[in-house]
Design a protein around this ligand. Sequence first.
Ligand code: UFG
Length: 321
Amino acid sequence: MKLLVTGGAGYVGSVCAARLVEAGHEVVVLDDLSTGHADAVPDGVRLIEADINDVIDEVLAEGYDGVLHFAAKSLVGESMEDPAKYWHGNVGTALKLLDAMLAHGTPRLVFSSTAACYGEPDEVPILETAPTRPTNTYGATKLAIDHAITGYAAAHGLAAVSLRYFNVAGAYGRFGERHATETHLIPIVLQVASGTRAKVAMYGDDYPTEDGTCVRDYIHVVDLADAHVKAIGAATAGEHRIYNLGNGFGFTVKQVIEACREVTGHEIPADVAPRRAGDPAVLVASSEKARTELGWKPERVDLAGIVRDAWEFTRSRSQGA
Ligand code: UFG
């Protein structure tokens, strides 16, 4: 298939672009490089460096079999301070994309959604049928886009799949996480191991969990990418399917830091800090639906393995490779 990957110069988008190319698809990346990196675009893939809002009509007029839409603002804290940036940047842009897909008859969409659509869960593991009550603007914008996609699929025959990610981690060779503003646990802990940060702040140790720190479901970015490859193939006209993507079990913040110590051999000083607003105690996915309907199975579930891949990436970057 000829596929457009928006945000394909970012962390998850670049790994997906690489796996789609390996699966035999023709991939074009559309990215404004506001948070992505031109050198994260896989070799041989054309990069259109532009804002979706300015060029999407012209680009889709070339004729595509599908779009994988990753381009988005994704900082939870920022989304609370500057909601307009998220409502316009995420929802406004997605609507523009949907309209352009309709205008040019682009049949398939895979959308990068999030566990943040669910908010504080009543039950874990979280099923796709769980109530959606986002606790931050970021999650609210992703959920709004999911609703829009449902409507466009039903009314216009779009074949759509939304994938709700839990905690994406790890790297794929030279494709990894390098955000200007880093908020995610594993890259922060590895910054301490590599000497670019003094210590880790553990946000809260009084949660109702086995060691008092928050539990998250860490999924390897390559397993996540492979779900996208399956999703674009499985998308069915007129249907909007939603799948959670996680490994189905969680690790505490302390366990993650310990795994990083073991993998890196560094001491990694960590202090307890106050809770971070809006952090649920436990977020673990049920991915049974993706396993059954997409035939997807995460292969890289070992936490040490996830950390090792992220550490290799961190080290190669700090050595300027
Ligand atoms: N944490 C720390 N110290 C840090 C960074 C994180 O203790 O310096 C803790 C957090 O409090 C949380 C856990 O580590 O308990 C994981 O935090 P991340 O920021 O890595 O990830 P989140 O679980 O907050 O975020 C993930 C996705 C978001 C999504 C959110 C849904 O990355 O995109 O789940 O709640 F919005």
